[in-house]
Write a protein that binds this ligand. Structure first.
Ligand SMILES: *Cc1c(COP(=O)(O)O)cnc(C)c1O
Length: 411
């Protein structure tokens, strides 16, 4: 059914088609940590990957499986693994697939915590170069014999640079590199990285997919496009016992999830699954609100600059139009120097001062003082982050109410 039906229909009926007991329409929340077997052979077969089943919830749980199945369907992928957070997914992927001395090319506009953990991996002996991913030429220039992976995001946070996703996909394919696309900002509703030949897709389920800021989660999806048989870091035991297409995911599930332990809780998986049912509806509304707000702010005399890929003035507007079905719910703007940043933010009544994104509610945060504070003034200047920059995660409120709130706060 999934391949023929639309995005929302597929997700709404996903659990039901897995046939939960009693005809339940949701996969139940399985809180069991462990599973028992009448015949020991059953336990052995699960351990040896000969049959599908569950042994211990750290590496697999039916409630989490149902969500993994939804993510795979949304991404048109081959298989997915759920994690406790988006960061757990990213760190599990690197832990499972990369060794000291291997080289990764990453976007220089990565999400702050992703950038920070890359530094930790560099301290552990992994070689990482950060390049401006808005042009594939910078990826090509950083490529060397030891390069194994390229890691980019779709739309960067907070300045909304759009990566040269299609051309990078071509290059990775030509060189046999694992192409990782963090799709959090667009979500599989606005963009499916499999279309640009991504190998692995990261989603922070905490953001748009869960959508209500009531559960943390992350995922890795294998698109099925990468040839794991040629990858140097697959463990010999997996080479022998797992079919080639699943070797990457199997290694991530074992070394990244089972061993590192960033397991998604079944209660959270359930909340995220329910949230996923309305992803398309919420994001359509957030995108419409974002376009309206971006235009309003761009035309306001007290606003210096608006960063939103949906505006014609955005440097990658054409690229974003070609790649994504809409321009997303994240934007930033900088106020004119004459406006007191904190006083302005405190005058917003409806818009909440908060650091999350992808929520149903509109959230605003002063970037230089919070999420980019640790970088210091020099790095911020290098990255083009003005002190007066405000990041907005646009929610699903009624458009007029949002515009009114900004109108009065700027008056
Ligand atoms: C939030 C975010 C993450 C991390 O996700 P968590 O669920 O908060 O751990 C990773 N990548 C991007 C682009 C994000 O916005």
């Amino acid at each position: 059914m999934s391949s023929k039906k639309g995005f929302t229909t597929t997700i709404l009926h996903s659990d039901r088609l897995l046939k939960p007991e009693h005809g339940a329409l949701h996969q139940p929340i399985h809180t069991a940590v462990t599973w028992g077997f009448d015949d020991v052979q059953g336990l052995v077969d699960v351990f040896q990957n000969k049959t599908k089943g569950y042994a211990y919830s750290r590496q697999g749980n039916p409630t989490v499986t149902a969500l993994e199945h939804k993510v795979t369907q949304m991404e048109h992928g081959m298989a997915s693994i759920g994690f406790s957070t988006g960061m757990a997914a990213i760190s599990a992927m690197i832990t499972a697939l990369i060794k000291g001395g291997d080289h990764i090319i990453a976007s220089s506009y990565l999400f702050g915590n992703s950038r920070s953990i890359m530094q930790t991996y560099m301290d552990m002996g992994i070689d990482i170069d950060f390049v401006d991913a808005t042009s594939v030429d910078n990826i090509k220039a950083a490529y060397k014999a030891t390069t194994l992976m390229v890691f980019v995001e779709t739309i960067a946070n907070p300045a909304t640079q759009v990566a040269d996703l299609e051309a990078i996909g071509e290059f990775c394919n030509e060189k046999g590199l694992i192409y990782v696309v963090d799709n959090t900002m667009t979500s599989p509703y606005l963009f499916q990285p499999v279309k640009v030949k991504a190998s692995l897709i990261i989603n922070s389920l905490t953001k748009y997919i869960g959508g209500h800021a009531n559960a943390l989660g992350g995922s890795i999806t294998d698109t099925g496009l990468f040839d794991w048989t040629a990858y140097p870091n697959i463990a010999p035991i997996l080479r022998e016992s797992i079919k080639p297409a699943m070797q990457g995911m199997s290694q991530i599930r074992k070394r990244g999830l089972r061993d590192a332990g960033g397991t998604l809780a079944p209660e959270a998986a359930h909340s995220l699954s329910v949230g996923a049912e309305t992803l398309a509806l919420r994001l359509d509304r957030a995108c419409s609100n974002a376009v309206a707000l971006a235009r309003f702010l761009e035309n306001h005399p007290l606003v210096d600059k608006v960063y939103y890929p949906g505006l014609e003035s955005h440097p990658q507007h054409e690229l974003a139009t070609k790649l994504f079905s809409r321009y997303g719910g994240l934007m930033s703007f900088a106020l004119k120097e004459s406006v007191d940043l904190f006083a302005f933010l405190n005058r917003l009544h409806l818009v909440i001062k908060s650091s999350n994104l992808g929520d149903t509610r509109t959230l605003a945060i002063p970037v230089a003082h919070t999420i980019f504070f640790e970088l210091g003034a020099a790095r911020r200047a290098e990255m083009g982050i003005p002190d007066s920059m405000i990041r907005l995660s646009v929610g699903i409120e009624d458009t007029d109410d949002l515009i009114s709130d900004f109108t009065q706060a700027l008056a």
